[in-house]
Design a binder for this molecule. Structure first.
Ligand SMILES: Cc1cc2nc3c(=O)[nH]c(=O)nc-3n(C[C@H](O)[C@H](O)[C@H](O)COP(=O)(O)OP(=O)(O)OC[C@H]3O[C@@H](n4cnc5c(N)ncnc54)[C@H](O)[C@@H]3O)c2cc1C
Length: 211
């Protein structure tokens, strides 16, 4: 569906939060396909806004040598973009949750938060650089002590140095919660194996891999 870009804000170097009118209902955690109506196949993006918001937003980072994201980054308000109907099965539920993300994999959890799901969730966010803790103020306000940051590439005040897996060096996986993993394939696979090895039933682990 053709849509007009309303916003395309660079919220960190090379990372954009693009918004269009929300035309459809969706469940927090779902994705849309995004393209430019040229020969290039569309790519999939998690919706990064609340399901009652007037705008539908996505969060993407420019991939060096990527085919679509450098073009998406150049879009200005008023330009045209193609956005599909929402789909996908990575859907937030009302059960207590642990949300685990790398990089822009934070997007579906932001949608879950903004859609009123699980403000008692525990969030683990792993990034390379301090400026990649997207929406940090909001997480701090909404989740407080349940918001845990991990920075692998540099020292970052208030964040643990290393990857998200470090959390489980010092904590047992909390019981009675569903684990949602989103982002890099390596993180999702390693984290799933770690959680299963530590006694979490695989039926309590839900994964969305960005590739
Ligand atoms: C379910 C799902 C949800 C997603 N949600 C998000 C999201 O919310 N935010 C987000 O930022 N991304 C998300 N992604 C990833 C997104 O769909 C795109 O893959 C990403 O944005 C890259 O797009 P691109 O066209 O710029 O790069 P591409 O052209 O697809 O290239 C990606 C990388 O692969 C390399 N590459 C390309 N072709 C080859 C080749 N033949 N051999 C070796 N290397 C190659 C490129 O150099 C580049 O570094 C999601 C993916 C999935 C599957």
């Amino acid at each position: 569906m053709k849509q007009t870009v309303l916003h395309n804000d660079e919220i960190a170097p090379g990372v954009f939060w693009l918004g269009v009118d929300r035309k459809h209902d969706f469940k927090a955690g779902q994705t849309v396909k995004v393209g430019l109506g040229d020969d290039l196949p569309p790519r999939i993006y998690s919706i990064c806004s609340g399901n009652k918001d007037a705008e539908l937003r996505i969060l993407f980072n420019i991939k060096e040598d990527g085919a679509l994201t450098p073009k998406l980054a150049k879009l200005k308000p008023g330009d045209e973009v193609r956005i599909s109907e929402p789909g996908g099965s990575f859907i937030g539920t009302p059960e207590p949750a642990v949300w685990i993300a790398t990089g822009t994999g934070i997007a579906p959890f932001f949608s879950m938060l903004k859609s009123g799901l699980r403000t008692d969730a525990i969030l683990l966010h792993g990034v390379r650089r301090t400026d990649q803790f997207y929406f940090r103020d909001i997480w701090e306000e909404m989740l407080g002590e349940r918001y845990h940051r991990f920075c692998s590439g540099e020292e970052s005040a208030g964040a643990m140095r290393g990857r998200v897996n470090c959390f489980f060096d010092v904590h047992e996986p909390p019981e009675g919660r569903r684990f949602y993993l989103c982002g890099q394939a390596s993180m999702c696979v390693e984290m799933r194996d770690l959680l299963i090895a530590r006694g979490v039933p695989f039926t309590d682990i839900v994964t969305e891999i960005y590739f």
